[in-house]
Design a binder for this molecule. Sequence first.
Ligand code: NAD
Length: 410
Amino acid sequence: MSDSFANATLYFNQAADLLDLSSNMRRLLLMPEREVKVQVALEMDNGEIGTFVGFRIQHDSSRGPMKGGLRFHPEVDGDEVLTLASLMTWKTAVVNLPYGGAKGGIAVDTRKLSQGELERMTRKFVDEIHDMVGPDKDIPAPDMGTNAQVMAWFMNQYEKFYGFNPACVTGKPVELHGSEGREEATGRGVVCIAKAMLGKFGKNLPDATFALQGFGNVGSYAAKILHEGGGKVVGVTDMTGGVWNPEGLNIIELQAYANKSGGVAGFPGSDAITNAGLLAAPVDVLIPAALGGVLTADNAKDVRAKYIVEAANNPTRPEADEILRDRGILCVPDILANAGGVTVSYFEWVQNQQKFRWDLAHVRHELEKIMLDSFNKVWDLAQEKKVPLRTAAYLLGVGRVARATALGGI
Ligand code: NAD
């Protein structure tokens, strides 16, 4: 078993122990239903043949069609995709969407591809996996390295086989059957959770300081929505470096600067900060919103934040999780904190199926309702069972999947 899947299994087993699941049921729930590895071969711009490896792993469908992102990244491999697919199963269950979990991707550095190559790669991948995905089977969405344009190509290619089918993929451009509010959804969900958590301690956004690692889709929207809500974002890092201002960064200006210069580094009126500095910064709330595995046994002892809201998938290694818990730092787990994206993907799928559009206010209202309701359920379960929020979230998610599996039969 790989390192990353072993970590995901550890949290699953903690919940399974509390649920008293049999070893047969554990095996059934952990094993993916289908793992597919395909060759993605295409003609590169220079006339040569490019050969890449693509994956789609369908983890569980007991609660509905499987749902999960497509990641185009050099580090994509079968173990990582399986881990992320299983996280999607528990995540869709925590927020009670009628879905199972899946994940896919291609091992490629998209920065080395032209737009034409990226399009041909996406279309070829669809040619290889079209018979295993679809609106009632498995619905991909954007993840690292993919975006609304990639989803538009995905839909267009899928429709060459099956005709009009916008619900085959989510995260599409708003002009092409996408949903209002999808792009901001994960960031908005993260802020909703941060606000609910602070509320449990009698605080609101303006009473707290925030530091974010990552200023991409999730990090930049989370920072903007925190800023709009009166929260003081004092530190941000990305691939180019980091910026720090104890008086609070002007996120609107930082966004404009990053759009122009390609990253946050060098933002006028701020000091430079490293990732290590940011993770150890004296803030109320730390929001990892970039890579997995950034909080480790080595740096967990340095964290000075009171709360961590996991916007990224898998940002905390289990050893770090234990250290943070012992130090009294409250951590809201990824399968709850970053579920806003899949929630609005669900709204997009519903709109596509019903051929009826929702406006932005309606999307935001429904998203906030689901996030808040899920947070309160996890919070109450943690209090009742006297367990950390992560265990409570797994308890809720794994419990729902196990019950659906038992009710449906095999
Ligand atoms: P993205 O590619 O838009 O942004 C990633 C950000 O991380 C960029 O700002 C990049 O510069 C930064 N980054 C990369 N390497 C870094 C490093 N070494 N140090 C500091 N920053 C670094 O990706 P995203 O969609 O914002 O996703 C971020 C995380 O959130 C991922 O873990 C993803 O799986 C998770 N997530 C995303 C969504 C979604 O809807 N996009 C939903 C759920 C979870």
